[in-house]
Write a protein that binds this ligand. Structure first.
Ligand code: ATP
Ligand code: FE
Ligand code: MG
Length: 334
């Protein structure tokens, strides 16, 4: 199959063309990070306006790079949600227009299903598996009994882990997004700050707002007293405490559910500390997406759409964007 996918749920406009399971002909990503950095975070109105401005260029670049003709494409896929409503609309309209104009089957993809199937761009996922979803908006443990079957067994009760990283980055005056910067700084720091372990209980749920607040309070109190904090040490302390609970709950769930492997998905799967610790601590195989496909991109949407295409899971052209909706709704019944 030859699938053209569009991802525009947040501040990246991306178009990818995937041949069969993992022959990626192109994956063009137009990031707006430099613009949003000026505001310390994503400004939704700016994001959708910039998407409108660049969507046709990104599409043309992708088709050129892949050296394919629209007529050769088997299906058009797009992220239908969750994400920013204005941003999602731009990708949705572009995808519908292509599907209509070229008479192609149309596939609406859940953004997190995309993050998960980024893993399959490298090797086959073995089921049953447990997926740790860690991104800017999600922190979930998802049990997958079989292909494209999603059962959310635990999730964050408040902030997502990526969000906590970015807020911690902001109070440390690091450029947006703070996640990758804290990851780098943590490597050269030491765990010297005493931070609360987030929701260290028997459930599969997470909570990161307490940890986030502790970092913010620590910085504010130090500033008030005119004391300096050691950013690398705080980054290291924050990361170790966050990873501790992520890794231990993931491994516990993997044992309880007797899965064959653990797969990791979402922007925070790029985190080097997480890669190292989970791989070292897990008694079973752990799969991470390649670094280039951790944060938002259309290749991952194409990969999930490829599975849906094989299962003939097509959408009608009156599909609307879904700014928030459950991953479980996407499951393909057995
Ligand atoms: P969602 O996928 O839940 O809708 P999103 O699409 O905004 O949210 P992603 O693009 O998947 O989020 O991931 C972006 C997040 O990943 C940001 O919070 C960013 O700080 C974080 N991130 C990226 N690289 C790293 C890293 N190396 N360490 C920690 N966090 C990271
Ligand atoms: Fe994402
Ligand atoms: Mg993003």
């Amino acid at each position: 199959s030859l699938i053209l996918a569009i991802e525009s749920s947040c501040d990246e406009m991306s178009v990818a063309i995937l041949k069969d399971k993992r022959e990626l002909l192109c994956n063009v990503v137009a990031s707006q990070i430099d613009t949003h950095r000026l505001y310390g975070g994503v400004v939704p109105e700016i994001a959708s306006r910039m998407h409108v401005e660049c969507v046709s260029t990104v599409l043309k670049t992708a088709l050129n790079e892949a050296d394919v003709n629209m007529n050769d494409i088997d299906a058009i896929a797009v992220t239908k949600g969750p994400g920013l409503v204005g941003s999602l609309h731009v990708g949705m309209q572009a995808a519908k227009t292509l599907a209509l104009a070229y008479h192609k089957p149309f596939i609406g993809v859940h953004h997190i299903a995309g993050h998960i199937y980024a893993n399959e761009l490298v090797e086959d996922i073995e089921y049953p598996c447990l997926c740790l979803v860690v991104s800017g908006g999600h922190s979930e443990l998802v049990y997958m009994k079989s292909e494209f079957s999603f059962e959310v067994i635990g999730q964050t009760l408040d902030d997502a882990i990526g969000e906590a990283y970015d807020k911690a980055g902001r109070v440390l005056h690091l450029p947006y997004p703070g996640g990758p910067v804290i990851d780098k700084m943590a490597a050269s720091g030491q765990h010297t700050y005493d931070l609360p372990l987030p929701l260290n209980d028997d459930s599969y749920n997470f909570s990161f707002s307490g940890l986030k607040s502790a970092v913010i309070n620590l910085c504010h109190n130090a500033a008030q007293r005119g004391e300096d904090i050691v950013p690398a040490d705080l980054a290291c302390s924050f990361q170790e405490v966050a990873l501790d609970v992520l890794v231990s709950k993931t491994i516990k769930a993997a044992k309880d559910y007797q899965v064959k492997e653990i797969i990791v998905a979402g922007g925070v799967s790029a985190n080097r500390g997480l890669r190292k610790k989970l791989t070292a601590d897990s008694p079973i195989k752990v799969l991470f997406p390649p670094m280039a496909y951790c944060t938002d991109n259309a290749a991952m949407i194409a990969s999930a759409a490829r599975v849906m295409y094989e299962h003939q899971q097509f959408s009608s052209l009156d599909l609307s964007v879904k700014p928030s909706y459950d991953l479980e709704e996407e499951s393909i019944g057995e």
